[in-house]
Write a protein that binds this ligand. Structure first.
Ligand code: UDP
Ligand code: MG
Length: 322
């Protein structure tokens, strides 16, 4: 088999503290893999600057001048992690044989790439990096993450447990993936839908080398909510089931109160009547909210706005010879 050209795709947002430290780790890994004849020497480290407000882009430009393995693209503004990864993957798609996406903060063990590339040589087209231990994450993050995976699975979304966005994808799988045109991105839920032979490799997650996480609880919840509503219509089905159940209960209630009235008794308990009305009103609002979320998603999708806009590029890029 021909040695594959590897592109390591790294989204970066305000990472001026991290990048000067982690860049050499990525370079070392790529040189090591080239040395071991596992990848082609045209392999690259592709940084995607996601509209950073600090000196991240300047650092990337400097790196690309120092070493031809470093290249970079810059998004015209901050679009979020998922869009930054997508921009990098689409940029790499026609130029390489495999991509590995990884965060730039050194949390994901870079040595797992050896096994990922090995699995590619064994015929796998998608290799998921899976965190075997999350000791460095807080108890809260671990527990919410576990709850999230369980909930997603119960919603019918196929997710690889404890896999984030550290994954190897072959250009063939990427080509197939590029037909997924949705604007609402939840990459870790989309790649399992692409299919092809895939496997997982396990690694331990480290602490962030420097800087701070860009994923506070509010953003994590919004990603989770996006993931569910982008990939599953089960919540709407649950609403329908809930509607049927509540209607049934109310129907029985009506029959009961009418029969009691006909028997000459009056039904007491206005308080319970009011609380039932409030309860049902609350549920109705919640259901309308969930349906509204889907309509909002449809609205965003039909506009077909670009998912990323690249404003600048840096570094030497070769077109792939076939
Ligand atoms: N990131 C990005 N755009 C954003 C937020 C984050 O490109 O709007 C990048 C960030 O630079 C990092 C990766 O996405 O490389 C993961 O972010 P972070 O480490 O903050 O998330 P965490 O690991 O805490 O979930
Ligand atoms: Mg991180």
């Amino acid at each position: 088999m021909k040695k594959p050209i590897l592109y390591i795709v790294i989204p970066c947002y305000n990472e001026q503290e991290v990048l000067p430290i982690t860049c050499s780790m990525f370079l070392k890994k790529i040189l090591e893999l080239i040395d071991r004849e596992k990848i082609d020497e045209q392999s690259k480290i592709l940084f995607v600057n996601d509209g950073s407000k600090d000196n991240t882009w300047e650092i990337i430009v400097e790196l690309s001048k120092k070493n031809p393995h470093y290249i970079g693209i810059s998004q015209s503004r901050n679009r979020g992690h998922q869009n930054a990864v997508l921009a990098g993957l689409m940029e790499a798609k026609d130029k390489c044989d495999i991509t590995i996406s990884i965060d730039c903060d050194g949390q994901d063990d870079i040595n797992a790439m050896d096994q990922m590339v090995e699995e590619y040589w064994n015929g796998c087209e998608i290799v998921y990096g899976v965190r075997s231990k999350r000791d460095t994450d807080t108890w809260f993050k671990r527990t919410t993450a576990l709850g999230f995976y369980r909930f997603m699975n119960s919603m019918g979304v196929d997710l690889v447990y404890n896999h984030a966005d550290y994954r190897l994808v072959s250009s063939r799988a990427l080509e197939a993936f590029s037909d997924f045109k949705e604007v609402n991105l939840f990459l870790r839920g989309m790649f399992p839908l692409v299919g092809f032979k895939s496997t997982s490799v396990y690694y331990e997650r480290h602490e962030r080398i420097a800087g701070e996480s860009h994923y506070p609880l509010s953003k994590m919840l919004s990603l989770a909510f996006d993931g569910i509503t982008s990939l599953s219509v089960k919540p709407i089905r649950i609403i329908v089931a809930l509607g049927i159940l509540i209607s049934l209960i109310s129907f029985i209630g009506v029959i009961w109160s009418v029969s009691v009235r006909l028997m000459g008794h009056s039904v007491d308990g206005w308080a319970s009547t009011i609380s039932t009305i409030c309860f049902i009103g609350g549920i109705q609002l919640l259901c309308i909210g969930v349906i509204g979320e889907y309509i909002g998603k449809i609205y965003m999708e039909v506009k077909k706005r670009p998912r990323y806009i690249i404003s600048e590029k840096t570094g030497t890029i070769y077109e792939k010879e076939n």
